[in-house]
Design a protein around this ligand. Structure first.
Ligand code: 3H9
Length: 701
């Protein structure tokens, strides 16, 4: 056996244990170990049944993602599973934690499956740009039926063990010890004289439904909901093969489709996103012995949309939270907003009435700062004005207990200045939530000049507690996300002056894969927000940083976006569908004329490059200034907070894949054509000259 797979005999039962922390991934040594263990059990005349169990927190969580793209090493997973399934002695997989991807495929290769009640099973390969490549697309439909298999494989979302039993994926649930439960089940198999029950030989799941219609419907759903994605269509094709071909041929077809996915650029981007998200949680210069402070109670200042969203985020994970407003009327509005948000979820069916009441009971409305004295963390979400922040932080400093985390949700103001309003700047940190805060996964954790290591570690732990993806950023105007989006949005507006319409710009960027175009996004968040930022920036930025004027014209006309029924688009009452705003065309004409620009048609690639490369050039500056720790952190921010397409890996990874020399050449052209704000970032020039990528670069090199 290998170090990571053990075989021991328990009477007539062979007990095979996988121990490959952290998630028992199926790296080369595990595959080899499993093969040897199952072959030994088969060859040993004393053995009458086999139990497969895993140590640690989880059953096998899939293939080892780090091996993708490297030369394959035998035995392959399909070969191992063929041996497991082909064995003449009945085997049972004992599932706990999450049996995912190749892990579930191994379990499907075993003849029986039992699962601990709290476990989950799934085939999430599609999220990595892949499809289940070790028989999952052939074996799952044979057990669960084509409809359920398509749902699981195309969405990648795991299901609970109980649901897996309902769909014949798992035979039985258990509670308690893994080994004992597995051995007890195996003894029963022996007593009952059960023969191997090979999944590949089952047909029940493939019968009795109109599989062709199910496949057609899934195609239509994918075309609508996942445009531009490579692997979902291949997932469907593989399941279709299961409905039409004998197992061996179906498996062969699955391998071909898997190889297509493995070689697609989308797989590279999605695997990058997976590791980038995990890497983001690591802070380079934080000593490993720093322990976060415990967070048992929270408080939020401000009962507006943002403050309430933050309060809901705490309540959602069971943390009692006080919501502070200045007067009773504003407080009641905030509390009502909290109730309305939950009620909408109850109406949609995603929350039960009972859970809603339990969560609401965790939110206490208050109007007096003194009652915040016992809070472990206080998050300020008041108006974005330094004077207002000053009042809040001075009061917090006066009432909060020593050791409380004082956090600001500012999206652009100087956190160091905010910290200086207190006598304890080391306890001040930025927690920049994204709207709606109870839904969006991204959290920028802003590290001030004086923020202590312990407070930073606690802020990251709070993010984890709230189930957010937290990324550490440094202090600058707009931090990472908004500083970059400012450049992106500005270019989008310049395109309007050059001749494009909002529909064309939004359409081009949606075709690129952005969840929303920049103008639809501005209409949603309100044009007055950008106007306030521009006002502040005009006072400090150099004159050559020309500002486009269309947005100001709309604001002057009272068209602030969806909330006023018109902005870049027009909206019918109660309907968010963007329609053409007839009042915009003359404003566009006027804006072009004022600058002496002759309006002309713009092509889609030009639109995309202008907006996306503006993100990249600013991202390069952010990286070099140390505002972000690594380029993949910038990607994580854009993937989770700004609707950047995951299959492109984030703006910095996208630039790497285009080639930094190509990006630099386009940036230089734009610099010559548009103005000095397009000056190439020195880091972009350096890496392009050295033939390196952002991903390879680390600070100080
Ligand atoms: C597949 O199976 C293909 C087959 O169909 C066909 C083959 C032919 N490999 O997420 P966490 C690392 S595709 C390597 O923070 P959690 C992760 O990077 C695969 N490493 O923990 C991290 O490392 P570090 C299908 C992996 O408790 C550490 O483990 N399977 C893998 O929050 C802890 O991870 C999947 O897509 C892996 N497969 O969540 C499952 N998985 O500490 C992917 C994790 O150095 N994994 N790592 O940063 C997950 O969804 C979650 O990790 C899991 C645990 C739910 C398991």
């Amino acid at each position: 056996m290998t170090d990571v797979v053990r075989l021991e005999l328990q009477g007539e039962i062979a007990l095979i244990t996988v121990n490959n922390p952290p998630v028992n991934a199926l790296g080369h040594a595990v595959r080899e170990g499993l093969l040897q263990a199952f072959q030994s059990a088969e060859a040993d005349p004393q053995v009458r049944a086999v139990v497969l169990v895993c140590e640690g927190n989880t059953f096998i969580a899939g293939a080892d993602i780090k091996e993708f793209g490297k030369p394959p090493q035998a035995p392959s997973l399909p070969e191992v599973i063929e041996v497991i399934e082909g064995s003449s002695k009945p085997s049972v997989a004992v599932i706990h934690g999450t049996a995912l991807g190749g892990g579930l495929e191994v379990a499907l290769g075993c003849h029986y499956r039992i699962a601990r009640k709290d476990s989950k099973v799934g085939l999430p390969e599609v999220k990595l740009g892949l499809l289940p490549g070790a028989g999952g697309t052939q074996r799952l439909p044979r057990l669960a039926g084509v409809e359920k298999a398509l749902d699981m494989i195309v969405s990648g979302t795991p299901i609970s063990a109980a649901e897996a039993v309902e769909h014949s994926i798992v035979d039985e649930l258990f509670e308690g010890d893994l080994r004992e439960s597995g051995l007890a089940y195996a003894r029963r198999m022996v007593e009952e004289g059960r023969a191997p029950r090979r999944t590949g030989e089952q047909t029940r799941g493939l019968e009795g439904a109109d599989n062709e219609a199910l496949i057609r419907a899934k195609h239509a759903e994918v075309a609508k909901r996942m445009p531009g994605l490579f692997s979902p269509l291949r997932c469907i094709a593989a399941v279709e093969a299961a409905t039409k071909l004998p197992l061996a041929e179906g498996l062969k077809r699955e391998r071909e489709l898997f190889a297509e996915c493995l070689n697609s650029p989308q797989r590279g981007a999605l695997v990058h996103s997976f590791f980038a998200e995990r890497q983001a949680g690591k802070i380079n210069d934080l000593p490993s012995d720093v322990k976060p402070r415990p967070i048992k109670t929270a408080a939020v200042i401000g009962g507006g949309t943002m403050g309430v969203g933050i309060a809901l985020s705490f309540a959602n994970v069971g943390v009692p939270v006080k919501l502070l407003e200045l007067n009773d009327e504003a407080l009641q509005r905030g509390l009502q907003r909290a109730r309305d948000t939950y009620a909408a979820s109850v109406k949609r069916g995603s929350l039960t009435e009972d859970t809603m009441e339990k969560r609401l009971a965790l939110i206490t409305g208050v109007t007096d700062y003194a009652v915040l004295a016992d809070a472990d963390v206080v998050v300020e979400a008041v108006f974005e004005e330094m004077g207002v922040k000053q009042q809040v932080f001075e009061q917090l400093d006066a009432v909060c207990k020593p050791g409380a985390i004082l956090a600001s949700n500012t999206s652009s103001l100087d956190l160091n200045a905010i910290a200086a309003f207190t006598e304890r700047p080391e306890d001040v940190v930025g927690l920049h939530f994204f709207s709606p805060a109870n839904v969006m996964r991204l959290l920028e954790v802003v590290r001030g000049e004086k923020t202590s290591n312990e407070v930073l570690a606690t802020a990251m732990a709070i993010g984890k507690q709230l189930k957010k993806v937290s990324v550490v950023v440094g202090v600058c105007d707009g931090f990472v996300g908004n500083r970059m989006v400012f450049q992106y949005g500005r270019e989008a507006e310049f395109l309007l002056e050059e001749g494009a319409t909002p529909q064309q710009v939004d359409g081009a960027l949606r075709n690129f894969g952005m969840a929303m175009g920049p103008f639809a996004m501005r209409d949603l968040s309100g044009l007055d927000i950008g106007q306030a930022i521009r006002k502040r920036q005009r006072a400090t930025l150099p004159a050559h940083l020309d500002f486009p004027t269309v947005s100001d014209k709309l604001c002057a006309a009272g068209m602030l976006g969806q909330k006023t029924g018109a902005g870049y688009y027009r909206y019918e009452p109660g309907n968010r569908t963007p329609l053409e705003n007839p009042e915009l065309a003359p404003m566009l004409e006027a804006a072009s004329q004022e600058k002496g620009i002759e309006r002309k048609a713009l092509d889609e690639q030009y639109i995309v490059e202008r907006c996306i490369f503006a993100l990249v050039n600013e991202g390069a500056k952010i990286l070099e200034e140390g505002i972000a720790q690594r380029s993949s952190d910038i990607d994580v921010i854009y993937l989770n907070g700004y609707g950047f397409p995951a299959f492109r890996g984030g703006p910095m990874f996208y630039a790497d894949s285009v080639g930094l020399d190509t990006v630099l050449a386009r940036v230089k052209e734009l610099h010559a054509r548009c103005g000095d704000w397009w000056k190439p970032a020195p880091l972009l020039e350096k890496l392009a000259a050295e033939g390196r990528t952002f991903t390879e670069w680390q600070a100080g090199q």
